[in-house]
Design a protein around this ligand. Structure first.
Ligand SMILES: [Zn+2]
Length: 230
């Protein structure tokens, strides 16, 4: 099953929709599991979710009867007075953005299938002077959930590899990164399985040393908070 509105998803993630288009698409997102699953699938892509307001992702989902999924009016119909020139250049930009997104998707599909513990893990080359990626771990006394995260620095920000322990299967989780500057980003979404120690990939536009702490959240509840040691 597909949805014709899914073409707006790339623009939405890239922050290229204007406020009216954005709110139309967000309303649609709230009632369409096709677009929502695609949104979740795109979540680990670098920096993209930095564009999405966390509050939007926390909205409760209430899908109506799947057969009652009425198409919304085309976004173009809602646009008030056209201003051809800037619009044109933005559309071009948007198309470029969509192309980049497709390329990222292809890369993501190839490179982010989940790794299970026991898979070969990149080992730091002792001949380089770069410090090993920082790893934080924590266990929450209340929820009983343990977590560890390894952070790998990239030009675009930070790749995170999260491992959870003793988490209930079937939860929809996200990792929220808090920067020292006070801003926050969603680093990734996933559904939990009963495979303990599964590596969950995520990413953030924050630099490694700019990250203050992270929270693993499910159903608006913090399962565990990760902070630097010491
Ligand atoms: Zn849809």
């Amino acid at each position: 099953m597909s949805c014709f509105q899914i073409t707006s998803l790339g623009a939405y993630l890239l922050g290229a929709l204007d406020p009216a288009e954005r709110s139309v698409f967000e309303r649609h997102l709230n009632t369409c599991h096709v677009c929502r699953e695609e949104l979740i699938r795109l979540a680990p892509l670098p920096g993209l979710l930095g564009q999405v307001n966390l509050a939007d992702l926390e909205l409760p989902f209430d899908d109506p009867d799947p057969y009652d999924n009425q198409p919304l009016p085309p976004i173009t119909a809602l646009r008030p007075v056209p201003d051809p020139e800037p619009r044109k250049s933005r559309r071009t930009l948007l198309l470029v953005g969509a192309g980049v997104l497709v390329a990222l998707l292809v890369a993501a599909g190839l490179f982010i299938p989940r790794m299970v513990e026991g898979d070969p893990v990149r080992v730091a080359d002792p001949s380089t002077s770069a410090p090993p990626p920082p790893t934080w771990s924590a266990m929450d006394g209340k929820t009983g959930v343990g977590a560890s995260v390894a952070m790998v620095s990239h030009g675009w920000g930070t790749e995170v590899r999260l491992r959870l322990k003793d988490v209930k299967p079937g939860l929809r989780c996200m990792v929220v990164l808090y920067a020292k500057s006070g801003t926050r980003e969603v680093g990734g979404w996933w559904g939990t399985s009963d495979t303990d120690g599964e590596v969950i990939p995520g990413s953030s536009s924050f630099a490694v040393d700019g990250i203050d702490h992270m929270e693993v959240v499910a159903d608006q509840q913090v399962l565990v908070t990760l902070r630097p040691p010491g």
